[in-house]
Design a protein around this ligand. Structure first.
Ligand code: 5GP
Ligand code: ZN
Length: 112
């Protein structure tokens, strides 16, 4: 998708600190971490957000959560982690390409 920062990261047009990549998704560190450990997992398919997840994306989303499980088990999230996806203006979504924040490395507390 033109003018999508995350599509440009997938295409290698914008550099990122990649953690993992396969044919369906990419994981890379967030440029502005909100926790000691903070990475993003994105599908290579351009979906604008969680409101565009339908049955046909079930396998993709399951795959992404499998990747999250594997990465958190090797990166050092032994005390837990949080997965967040912001969807739309009220949630503060700033990049309109579906992404899952994975945060950890400290007690995150509750959120409002
Ligand atoms: P949102 O606010 O849409 O849920 O999250 C977007 C996230 O993408 C933010 O945490 C922001 O720091 C991150 N981000 C935005 N642009 C870039 C970039 O060019 N590279 C990386 N690695 N992260 C980015
Ligand atoms: Zn995109």
């Amino acid at each position: 998708m033109e003018n999508c920062i995350f599509c440009k990261i997938i295409a290698g047009e914008i550099s990122s600190k990649k953690i993992y990549e396969d044919e369906r998704c990419l994981a890379f560190y967030d440029i502005a971490p909100m926790a000691p450990q903070h990475f993003l997992v994105i599908p290579k398919e351009h979906l604008t957000g969680a409101n565009k997840i339908y049955e046909e994306q079930e396998a993709l989303i399951g795959h992404i959560f499998g990747v999250i499980r594997k990465l958190t088990s090797v990166i050092g999230f032994s005390d837990g982690f949080r997965v967040v996806t912001n969807c739309g203006k009220d949630a503060g979504q700033t990049v309109d390409h579906l992404h899952f924040h994975v945060l950890g490395g400290k007690e995150l507390g509750s959120f409002n």
